[in-house]
Design a protein around this ligand. Structure first.
Ligand code: CA
Ligand code: CA
Length: 453
């Protein structure tokens, strides 16, 4: 019984990547005039498999699969990327023409049209400087009230300058695929008011905010807040985010300076899904060490987000990340077969149970460093319940074992969370692996540069 179930699970994991295996079986060296291998071209045309999570709901997710030959692009620069997305970053989100965009090499969001790399000073408003900002809004003299006045206005203008430069807007019916080693650095992929989008096999690195805002009443001691995610999904449906690596590169949160006694945070989310977005599947991604990883729903307001924010997370690796893995409001969010490796004094929590959230978490595997226990994995952000089953936890040097995350949480916290969120996931394209197999499969298969291109 046990071995047949194991065999079925392993076969199932292969089926999950069967598209990749079919592509790999094609003859090597069959490159077209565009320099793309046959496996790459097949991958560019691939749609989300039927029933593969929430992004398979409704019309499903095919991205740019229907692109005509003139809408298949290979880009090496920010300028080429913007051109492939429609030509004008200010209006590209309205470009619904099916398009497949292959990224080759390093594309830097700070790259100017002439190829020069801009820095934060180039994007700053003439009236803004960090030194002036720190002098003006020090809580010791300014008080614990929000920054206001000409200097804050100059900061806001600076952010607008940066947004035009480093936020790359994506329209509907788009597939973006990284060729081997492809990296988007210092930029935000913004999927806003854009349905049917696929993003695969990319390393997204260090989307940094040049002009963080001081929020004196955020938390007990205030916080610096940044607004650039590596990828944002807003007001969009049917989005598939697959086999990507999200990282801060050589600019980790841990190396940031401290101002006003708080870390001068220049990063926001890795993959934030907010503002009524829904039907998103994030599969086989690797989220590397950083503070905030995934926010699903950004406001407690009971309004347009109700009935939205449905997201599936499967076979992702959360490696050394500290909080929001994910943090959920409103959505029906299924979290299965993900591997978590969590350690360090900065660790906050894994799954945030927020307002009207309905998280269904099963068959995930958590490896916890010293000082972190199963009771630390959930956090109650004004939620009421989470359904969880079949999750395994390894604490420190102890053995991995089946643990009820809910029972562990409730034993140490008040009020208790309930155990029934009132829905059961049905959109699964392959079998669910038993949790003990998950670290092996996810370690081998999650992240960029695992798909054959
Ligand atoms: Ca964000
Ligand atoms: Ca309790």
């Amino acid at each position: 019984m046990r071995s047949s179930r194991l065999t079925a699970a392993v076969v199932g994991s292969l089926l999950v990547v069967s598209g990749a295996l079919v592509a790999a079986a094609q003859p090597a060296g069959a490159h077209g005039r565009d320099g793309l291998s046959l496996p790459a071209r097949l991958l560019g045309r691939q749609a989300l498999p039927a029933r593969d999570g929430w992004a398979a709901a409704g019309p499903g997710t095919s991205g740019g699969a229907a692109a005509t030959p003139d809408q298949v692009h290979v880009v090496r620069t920010r300028t080429e990327l913007v051109h492939a997305l429609g030509g004008d970053n200010a209006t590209n989100r309205q470009n619904t023409t099916p398009k497949i965009i292959f990224v080759r090499g390093l594309v830097d969001g700070f790259e100017a049209a002439d190829g020069r790399l801009l820095d934060c000073a180039d994007l700053a408003d003439p009236e803004y400087s960090l030194d002036a900002y720190l002098a003006a809004y020090d809580p010791a003299s300014w008080g614990r009230v929000a920054p206001a006045g000409p200097l804050e206005q100059a900061r806001v203008r600076s952010v607008a300058n940066q947004t035009r430069q480093t936020q790359i807007n994506v329209g509907s019916n788009t597939t973006i695929v990284g060729l081997r080693g492809a990296t988007l650095s210092g930029l935000t992929l913004m999927v806003d008011t854009a349905d049917n989008v696929i993003v695969r096999n990319l390393t997204l690195s260090d989307a940094r905010d040049c002009f963080p805002a001081w929020s004196p009443t955020d938390g007990d001691a205030g916080n610096w807040n940044s607004q650039f995610d590596l990828m944002s999904v807003r007001r969009s449906e049917n989005v598939w985010v697959d086999h990507n690596t999200f990282t801060d590169g050589d600019n980790p949160d841990s190396g940031l300076p401290v101002h006003f006694g708080r870390p001068y945070t220049v990063h926001d989310g890795s993959l934030d899904i907010t503002h009524t977005a829904s039907r998103v599947t994030a599969s086989y991604n690797r989220f590397v060490a950083r503070d905030k990883v995934m926010l699903i729903g950004s406001s407690n307001t009971v309004g347009p987000d109700v009935g939205r924010l449905d997201v599936t997370l499967h076979h992702n690796l959360f490696d050394g990340t500290m909080q929001r893995l994910p943090r959920v409001r409103f959505g029906r969010v299924e979290i299965y077969n993900n591997a978590y490796r969590l350690a360090g004094a900065e660790f906050g929590y894994a799954i945030g149970v927020g307002v009207q959230s309905a998280v269904y978490a099963e068959h995930n595997h958590f490896t916890l460093g010293t000082g972190i226990t199963a009771a630390d994995l959930l956090y109650d952000w004004s939620g009421t319940a989470i359904t969880e089953r079949g999750n395994w936890v390894r604490e420190g040097r102890g053995p991995a074992r089946l643990v009820s995350l809910l029972a562990a949480y409730n034993a140490e916290h008040e009020p208790d969370l309930g155990g029934d969120v009132g829905w059961t996931p049905t959109l699964r394209s392959g079998p669910v692996l038993p949790a003990p197999l998950v670290p092996l499969v996810v370690q081998a298969l999650a992240g960029a540069d695992r798909l054959p291109v």
